[in-house]
Design a protein around this ligand. Structure first.
Ligand SMILES: Nc1ncnc2c1ncn2[C@@H]1O[C@H](COP(=O)(O)OP(=O)(O)OP(=O)(O)O)[C@@H](O)[C@H]1O
Length: 262
């Protein structure tokens, strides 16, 4: 059975504009899928709809099943049971997930306390190992978000997302807001952790070159619709439509500039 099944997902505004239009895809346990498209193509709304996090004023229809549980129309209580444990999200901007007024260690502790019931020494040990896993020094536990670098903030957000070992990690442009030198490190970290814990991954990006570093299978989104689905290799070899060809061309330019091998 698929871990995530999305069928005919449509996201629309109250005044009837369709932002995501009849999208279908699925991800099996331990598998990876890239969701790629230009800015405004509906990638983030898809990621939000999958976890029941759409902003007020937007409406989802169709079917989203997370580990067999329906997300669309579900109440907050059953969504909270899924979040963190079945699926967790890492956003582009780490500040989205982090509370500016709370020490990072306490924030990483929060999902461990809530979902796993850890307290006291066991909780402190779990936080220390969560930070160690994302290669953050132990002292970061005592820091506030503004006291560490952008890359360290994103590592802390990743530690929070992975704290309860979700079966599916959804990463929405997780490296886009970071300095170029830090981007590759954080991407490699995500790649390693997803593999180490046998997690499934939905990786959202406007950049095919970045997606190609973590997954082989992609859905190409344009104006809220899937224009192409399949192995990245096949899409690179034969983009077929103009939109996908433009994504491929810009990814190749960037990849060449970085000395990569798309
Ligand atoms: N709350 C909202 N109300 C109305 N329209 C919205 C809302 N959020 C997003 N949109 C619109 O929906 C479309 C898809 O947005 P989405 O954020 O999913 O795009 P994206 O592909 O993730 O792009 P980006 O990479 O720039 O975030 C865009 O045209 C956007 O302007």
């Amino acid at each position: 059975m698929s871990l995530l099944t999305v069928s005919d997902l449509t996201v629309s505004t109250a005044d009837g504009r369709t932002l995501v239009d009849g999208l279908s895809f699925s991800i099996a346990k331990g598998h990876r899928l890239g969701l790629i498209g230009e800015s405004g193509s509906g990638k983030s709304l898809t990621a939000l709809a999958v976890t029941g996090l759409l902003p007020p004023g937007l409406r989802a229809s169709g079917t989203v099943l997370l580990d067999g549980t329906p997300v669309i129309g579900a109440n907050e209580r059953s969504l909270n049971r899924l979040r963190g444990r079945v699926a967790a999200v890492v956003f582009q901007e780490p500040s989205t997930a982090l509370d500016p007024l709370m020490r990072l260690g306490n924030q990483v502790a929060e999902p461990l306390r809530r979902h796993q019931g850890l307290r006291g020494a066991a909780l402190r040990a779990a936080v220390a190992s969560a930070l160690e896993e994302v290669a953050l020094p132990a002292r970061v536990a005592h820091a506030y978000p503004h006291e560490v670098s952008g890359g360290q903030r994103q590592r802390a957000a990743i530690a929070m997302a992975l704290a309860c070992r979700p079966a599916l990690l959804i990463a929405d442009e997780p490296t886009t807001a970071l300095d170029v030198t830090v981007q590759a490190e954080v991407l490699a970290l995500l790649d390693r952790l997803v593999a180490a814990h046998d997690m499934a991954l939905l990786f959202v990006s406007h950049d095919l070159a970045v997606v190609g570093k973590v997954t082989d299978e992609v859905v190409v989104l344009s104006s809220g619709r899937a224009v192409r689905t399949g192995p990245l290799r096949a899409i690179l070899a034969d983009p077929q439509d103009d939109y996908t060809a433009a994504l491929v061309a810009s990814a190749r330019r960037l990849d060449e500039a970085l000395g990569g091998a798309l």
